[in-house]
Design a protein around this ligand. Structure first.
Ligand code: ASC
Length: 150
């Protein structure tokens, strides 16, 4: 018991932190998650434009963009580590007060965007694509309404 405690104290003294971080700084974590959201928005926005007829519908492009979003949905969570609530971020402090709910919403985003990618890969009709797309869009919006600055 004592040995464990002193080893932890030595670790703290050497590393300066108990919780390990995969990032070099809080700013790097914030930038990482923002870039993932930005890449998602680009791909998702282009899918929306195709569904709305604002740009020509291309099933292959749609499927690739859906696959991109499904992969990207796994990226941001890591960037929301403790201590990254301050700085150049639009994430509200509520995120860290409700991390279980926030993570659940990110999981919903992952699951629903995986479904969209599946439907898109199967070259489903526009109605099915639109339904799956809407489900993902509602996840984006629901989380922004709750956890993102206006
Ligand atoms: C987008 C984008 C979002 C979501 C959201 C859906 O294309 O950039 O943040 O869709 O507007 O409601």
């Amino acid at each position: 018991m004592f040995k464990k405690a002193s080893a932890a104290l030595i670790g703290l003294a050497v590393c300066g932190a108990v919780v390990a971080s995969e990032f070099r700084s809080p700013e790097a974590a914030i930038e990482y998650r923002q870039k993932a959201f930005s890449l998602m928005a680009h791909n998702f926005g282009n899918m929306g434009d195709m569904l709305k007829g604002k740009k020509a519908f291309n099933a292959d492009e749609f499927a690739q963009r859906a696959a991109n979003v499904a992969a990207l949905a796994h990226i941001p969570a890591e960037g929301f580590e403790d201590g990254t609530d301050k700085g150049d971020t639009e994430a509200l402090p509520k995120v860290w007060d409700n991390m279980d709910d926030f993570n659940k919403r990110l999981l919903d985003l992952q699951n629903d965007s995986a479904k969209l990618a599946e439907v898109a890969a199967a070259k489903a009709d526009k109605k099915a694509l639109g339904q799956a797309f809407k489900q993902v869009a509602m996840n984006c919006k629901g989380c922004h309404d709750t956890y993102k600055k206006d």
